[in-house]
Design a protein around this ligand. Structure first.
Ligand code: ADP
Length: 674
């Protein structure tokens, strides 16, 4: 019999090919899915007593016949009668293929995620033959042939057992890669690895006398009873590790632990999620979670289905309830998907909490590997934050771990400032910031180590979530100001002394535009001068690394140069400077003072005195310059001051190259003087 398929489009096959360009390979998944369905239906019939044969060992066979340019998928399922071929293949399948295309042609990238069904065979084949025999008593085998036009042919055929063979004729050069066994094996491994009926792809091969030869044993592609469908109580840790290897044969590292998901209400979902070791953002591999729909691989791009930070996990999720036939933007807002996503979040948080509670020591050991994941989750997901704040850990410089609550208790009494903030001191580099850490410790303060990739973003987030909690890096200010108490002292240096000393410091400092010089009576410090860097600016700069357009990205480093006016050496330099330069500076200072006074008066009537003001301003400027020059000349001869400045630079890792060389030479010179 010949016939015409009842469709409106003259020829949908070219359209199928065009739209599925990037997902050509799904044809195999679709045909095998049909074969699985046909075999499973047999089981249902057997249960009802409508099928008497043996259903236990039905297999599906996939063959590639390169010579005859064919791919053949055979099953021993329910098969079809001629009437059914007409109904299911000619009418239903065809019209659903047409409907499918009209609906989804704008979502080309998505098509591979859900089925086009039987007609996807025409993506790669020019001609498709279907030989089928129904399980029904007395049914005759029929052959259906279609050459990629709406015309088809049905004739009688021979088939000893019930079931269906689908034969794809691939004569188009474009698709010849699908006639390679390796390619088909790759696709079977991708899409069919965990299907419930054994899929046979030729015979097992083994090495004999140095040659690869076929054995008599069927080569079965799939694991029909994947671990995620088994009962967790029957499984051991080893089983999960083995399954991880099965999922990722090329992965070296073992996962840290797993979460077995098993949900049947309010939606259906099973799966196993693994925590990989992720210590740096370079280790992050997304697309490591595979999404299955009833054991059929759908995609490894689960963006939109679970929160972003969960995509750092590995494993499988299997659910018939995740709507696959819609766009991603829709998925993100779909209430069902939201439920799934928040449920997975909860499960993950619960599991982490269990490990933390059951074995704190073990959790601490794993912390460095978990940290990136947990912090990322806490920053990006409120709900996860609320759960994880109970077990997120902080490590101090003594390698002790604390939760936020524990840590607050530890430092509360000692590190509360006069504004009632708890100030957390931290270091990002225990070696480079060593002297600052020691100073803080000597004062009885505790210091956290925050050297992780997300630490700075994480503390930014914590400060917005936790009241009266501020983080300051140990070198961001002098100790007295890091944690301001009521009894902060003021410097004894007069305004003029400060001004002159500032000129002296600037005469020696390199990169002057990077420094602000201030005068503080630093109590109990052995350092005559030190360098700090504002927490705010530094942190903004750190954060700007994450966003290329950040306004702080191009801001250069800015440091505070703090002169410790409590220190004997500073006092000595100050008094010597003023003593030595007294004769030169005093008359200049008098002139400066009186000029300033005069200008103040003149400015009261600015418009009248404009020209005089301009003249006096110039005069003042030149006297100040004169003073500056005298101090600069003096300072540049002062080895002691140079040495003090260099030591401050050195302890902040800012003493480099030639300056460092000069510092060494000067040190020797100073030693020789003794
Ligand atoms: P779907 O599988 O989504 O129903 P298809 O286009 O893949 O759509 O198939 C249409 C119908 O053809 C199926 O519902 C089934 O009844 C029948 N069919 C397809 N392949 C087979 C097969 N291998 N064995 C038995 N019936 C089949």
């Amino acid at each position: 019999m010949k016939g015409k398929i009842g469709v409106t489009t003259e020829n949908i096959f070219p359209i199928i090919k065009k739209f599925l360009y990037s997902d050509q390979e799904i044809f195999l998944r679709e045909l095998i899915s049909n074969a699985i369905d046909a075999t499973e239906k047999l089981k249902v019939l057997a249960r009802k007593g409508e099928y008497k044969g043996d259903v236990g060992n039905k297999k599906i066979y996939v063959k590639v016949d390169k010579k005859n340019k064919q791919i053949i998928v055979s099953d021993f399922g329910i098969g079809m009668t001629e009437e059914e071929v007409n109904q299911y293949i000619n009418q239903i399948a065809f019209s659903s293929a047409e409907e499918f295309l009209s609906k989804y042609k704008d979502e080309v990238n998505l098509i591979g995620h859900f089925g086009l069904g039987f007609y996807s065979a025409f993506i790669v084949a020019n001609k498709v033959e279907l030989i089928t025999k129904s399980y029904k008593e007395g049914a005759k085998a029929v052959k259906w042939i279609c050459e990629g036009t709406p015309e088809f042919e049905i004739k009688e055929a021979e088939r000893s057992e019930h079931g269906t063979d689908v034969i794809l004729h691939i004569t188009d050069e474009t698709y010849k890669e699908f006639l390679e066994e390796d390619k088909i094996e790759e696709l079977l491994n991708k899409y069919c690895k965990f299907l419930p009926i054994p899929i046979v792809f030729g015979k097992k091969k083994e090495f004999k006398d140095g040659k690869l030869v076929e054995t008599d044993e069927d080569y079965i592609i799939n694991n029909t009873n994947p671990l995620w469908l088994q009962k967790p109580q029957n499984l051991k840790d080893e089983d999960y590790k083995k399954f991880y290897k099965e999922l990722y044969p090329r992965e070296f590292e073992e996962p840290m632990f797993h979460i077995h998901l098993n949900i049947d209400y309010p939606f259906n979902l099973t799966g196993i999620l693994y925590f990989p070791k992720i210590t740096s953002p370079f280790d992050i591999q997304k697309r490591k979670i595979q999404l299955y729909c009833k054991q059929v691989f759908v995609t490894d791009n689960i963006e939109g289905i679970v929160p972003d930070y969960l995509t750092l996990l590995h494993g499988v999720i299997d659910s018939p309830d995740i709507p696959l036939n819609v766009s991603r933007s829709y998925l993100q807002n779909d209430p069902e998907v939201k439920k799934i996503s928040s449920h997975i979040t909860k499960k993950v948080a619960d599991k982490l909490n269990d490990i933390y509670k059951d074995n704190r020591a073990d959790f601490e050991k794993k912390w460095e590997d978990l940290k990136l994941f947990i912090q990322y989750g806490m920053i990006s997901d409120e709900k996860f934050y609320d759960r994880a704040i109970a077990f997120a850990l902080f490590k101090n410089t003594e390698n002790k771990y604390f939760t936020l609550e524990e840590y607050k208790k530890l430092i509360e009494s000692n590190q509360k400032d006069k504004y009632k903030n708890i100030v957390v001191l931290y270091t990002t580099d225990t070696e480079k910031q060593y002297t600052y850490i020691q100073r803080a410790k000597n004062k009885g303060y505790d210091v956290l180590v925050l050297d992780g990739h997300l630490d700075i973003a994480f503390i930014n987030h914590l400060e917005t979530k936790e009241k009266n909690l501020i983080f300051k890096r140990v070198d961001s200010d002098i100790l007295e100001k890091l944690i301001e108490k009521d009894d902060t002292q003021k410097t004894q240096f007069s305004e003029i002394e400060q001004e002159n000393f500032r000129y002296a410091v600037f005469a020696i400092l390199p990169d002057k535009e990077k420094f602000l010089v201030s005068f503080e009576p630093v109590a109990d410090s052995e350092m005559p001068a030190l360098i700090t860097q504002s927490e705010y600016i530094r942190r903004m700069k750190d954060m700007s690394q994450f966003s290329p357009s950040h306004i702080y990205r191009n801001v250069s480093d800015l440091f505070n140069f703090v002169v410790n006016t409590n220190h004997d050496l500073i006092k000595k330099i100050n008094s010597e400077l003023h003593e030595t330069l007294k004769k030169q500076l005093e008359p200049l200072q008098q002139k400066i003072d009186s000029l300033k006074k005069e200008l103040e008066e003149l400015r009261k009537k600015y418009d009248e005195n404009k020209t005089v003001i301009e003249e006096k301003d110039k005069e003042l400027e030149s006297i100040i310059n004169e003073k500056k020059k005298i101090i600069t000349d003096y300072a540049q001869q002062n080895d002691l001051l140079s040495q003090i400045i260099d030591i401050a630079l050195l302890s902040h890792n800012l003493l480099k190259h030639e300056r460092f060389e000069n510092f060494l030479k000067r040190s020797i010179k100073l030693l020789e003087k003794n």
